[in-house]
Design a protein around this ligand. Sequence first.
Ligand code: SF4
Length: 416
Amino acid sequence: VGSTALSAPNLADGPLVYIMNTCAVTAEATREAVKQIRRIKAKEPLATVVVTGCGAQVDGAVYDGLPGADLVVANSHKGQLSELLDRHFRGEIPPHAKVFRSNIFRKEDLEPGGGEESGHVRSFLKIQDGCNSFCTFCVIPFARGKSRSLSRSELVRRVQELRRAGVQEIVLTGVHIGDYEDGEGAGLDALVGEILEKTDVPRLRLTSLEPIELTQPLMRHFQNPRLCPHFHMSIQSANTKTLSAMRRNYTAEDVERALNWISADVPGAFVGMDVIAGFPGETEDDFLDTYQRLDRLPWSRLHVFPYSERPGTRAVSLPDSVPRPVRAARAQRLRELSSHRLEASAAGQIGQVKMGLVVKQKEDHLEAVTPDYWTVRLSRAGQPALERGEVAPLRITRWRGAERDRMDGFLEAEWI
Ligand code: SF4
């Protein structure tokens, strides 16, 4: 999450363009983007700075008048970015007309995204954009608009194309993939079924889902070993009162049901979850309800965020704001719970045999990813000469826990 600055190497080589793909999800992301724009302009006064992304869509008050922003291309116009840059360099866009933004809720189409990278053995494929939920803490629907999806036939075609380019694993992404609807009433389960049936992609992986988006037909596909046993559950809380204040349309019991279901039907699956600590109105008892419920349920890792006010969202005006130190302390307790759970899950992997997809080749080791999303390192000494993109069985030998320079730790293994 943040801003990406791309640049040509040297001003003497030609025009220098920075594209700031801004995030709007927290106020901090906006502050950081502004700081970067100012820094670039101070260092490269002749460079062209284009501000695009979600910030350009929802934070016009911040970017439109910012002296360093030469072009502001909101998500509504992102598809025209290269054409607008051409016009800018031909001198056709006067400074007073530098902002390109329209009502995102009127946007009906989807820019191609994901699946375009070459030379990757794992590729992201964007299946939809936008979101039809309006969670009280989130600005995304205002930045991305209503949910729009690509058709199943188009996505099958893109998967086949990626396969021809040598991609071994495809990750289906979007702003809210549970909202996927192909225009003929078919949802995510139908798309997954069709990709598994009509393509030979060896590995298909899903990104964030909400508990009630785990449906029987979708869960059935996890019996197919090509659909990776890896879930990212966007739960945010496991307390019904807090979920209701967030306007999430499921309860703590739904969270419980979903996690128990995964554990029973897809044993050994890796389950990561997003949780917000210290949402407005969350009392110590509400927090303990989340903590204790999570403590007794099956999952592998939490991504914990202390609640942070995002201007322009309804949550900012909710009563009973939780003091920041309390948010931080609750987040810390959840992180400790997560770290113990991850250690225990990792210890349970030792001795297991898994298929590793080689994703990186370093001088002294290879890095592979397993279907259940463990990162595995293998020493190159005495090992067969495997290339990126190859898949081979490996036996897990050791867990190297998280340290300062690696947040999540990794497993070590040997090829068999
Ligand atoms: S479902 Fe996700 S993207 Fe949509 S409003 Fe809620 S948090 Fe934001």
